[in-house]
Design a protein around this ligand. Structure first.
Ligand code: DOR
Ligand code: ZN
Length: 416
């Protein structure tokens, strides 16, 4: 047995204790434990690794933006030990052969554990893709997305997903309400993709909520929260919709779908997050190359990178007193793990020993130069973050003193 000692987040609070690990799993949590190898982190925090249920690693097909290796290394450095990767890769993952192709393309290349989404097009045979971890539906078009917006297609798809028992994550923007015009600013982009489009899509999903396990992705405005509360559907909010808004001078670097909205919207989402009213934090890590973002606002693709900065910025906000640690632990770790059937996200007996060691005295400022993704930019330059000093993946020390120390050992996850 190996032992990791420190100030653990265990049973809802921080306590000085030891985690015993065998075969990659947590086998006991005690005040004192003896082990073959003993890692003592003193009064540093030992937290569960984050589970990011929404990333775009661009592999295969757009590996100039990111690939599975760079994206997952970025996740590791951000304390994210498990990611669920979206299907809008090239070719799109919308049937069994394309899922298999992607599975083979990324096998053995990840630094963290991962699951793969299967996308649903109007022609997808949902049951034939049952080896995906969860499904994804785009009700509104976005970067390289495969649309599913007609009512009968949506009904058929959600019914079929319901039979699989898996979760379906939905990009909820009503296609018919999105406008195309010459966009020059974040405000134009917001006007083209109005909040009513999100509200309408969420309302449409409401009628299927007892048929399938629906997860609404990247909620962008507080009105959607009111609709979703108590609906039985789960949902995600991104760091960018809580920390950035369309009045900021970000240009195309802040272009994303759904769009950044007003300052009041961002503040309301952040306040809801801090109060524990948002089930899941998801980064929607969607990197694009410098040259692509510099093409001029109208031409630039939508998407913001964030898998490395999301958990780390939120930890800094905990340290600054904006929210209790417990709230972040639920939204970034335990709820995404439970929602997606992963044996992760908590320090508890039987769970995978995915642990992140953080020193709350080591607040740093984000700098694009020091991040590990391929795109080389971040809209969070200069913001405070608490990056992990050490990370254990299934009990194995994979990051020490802020640097990766072993070979890549990420695996495709199974349902718990
Ligand atoms: O802004 C976005 N970028 N929204 C999406 O839905 C897709 C993503 C991407 O893949 O770039
Ligand atoms: Zn996305």
């Amino acid at each position: 047995m190996d032992v990791v000692e420190g100030k653990l987040f265990y049973q809802g609070r921080l306590q000085k204790a030891c985690v015993g690990i065998e075969d990659g799993r947590i086998v006991s949590v005690r005040k004192v434990l003896d082990g073959d190898e003993h890692h003592d982190f003193g009064d540093r925090l030992v937290l569960p690794g984050a589970v990011d249920p929404h990333v775009h690693f661009r592999d295969p097909g757009s590996t100039h933006k990111e690939d599975f290796s760079s994206g997952s290394l970025s996740a590791l450095h951000g304390g994210v030990t498990c990611v669920l990767d979206m299907p809008n890769t090239v070719p799109p993952v919308i049937d069994a052969p394309s899922l298999q192709e992607k599975r083979e393309a990324v096998a053995g290349r990840s630094w963290v554990d991962y699951g793969l989404f299967g996308g649903i097009s109007p022609r997808t045979d949902v049951a034939s893709m049952a080896s995906c971890h969860a499904y994804k539906v785009f009700m509104g078009s976005s970067t390289q997305s495969v649309l599913l917006s007609e009512e009968r297609d949506l009904a058929r798809a959600l019914e079929a997903v319901g039979r699989t028992g898996k979760v379906v994550s939905v990009h909820a923007e009503e296609e018919g309400m999105l406008q195309r015009m010459d966009e020059r600013s974040l405000r134009d982009h917001e006007a083209c993709r109005p909040r009513e489009a999100e509200l309408r899509a969420v309302e449409r999903l409401m009628q299927y909520r007892s048929q399938a396990r629906i997860n609404v992705c990247h909620v962008s405005c507080p009105e959607s929260l009111s609709l979703l509360k108590g609906s039985g559907m789960s949902f995600e909010v991104t760091p960018h919709h809580m920390l950035l808004d369309s009045s900021m001078d970000l240009g195309a670097w802040g272009k994303v779908n759904p769009p950044l909205r007003r300052r009041a919207d961002r503040e309301a989402l952040f306040a809801a997050f801090c109060s524990g009213d948002i089930p899941m934090l998801a980064t929607d890590h969607a990197p694009h190359a410098h040259e692509e973002k510099e093409r001029g606002f109208g031409e630039a693709p939508s998407g913001i990178p964030g898998v490395e900065t999301g958990y780390a910025m939120m930890l800094a906000l905990v340290k600054r007193g904006f929210m209790p640690l417990e709230v972040l632990m639920r939204a970034a770790c335990s709820v995404p793990a439970r929602t997606f059937g992963l044996n992760k996200g908590e320090i508890a007996e039987g769970r995978d020993a995915d642990l992140v060691v953080v020193d709350p005295r080591q607040l740093t400022r984000i700098s694009a130069r020091r991040l590990h993704g391929k795109c080389g930019w971040t809209p969070y330059e200069g913001r405070e973050a608490l990056f992990p000093q050490a990370v254990f993946l299934r009990g194995r020390l994979v990051l020490r003193d802020g640097a990766s120390v072993t070979e890549r050992s990420g695996r495709e996850v199974e349902h718990a």
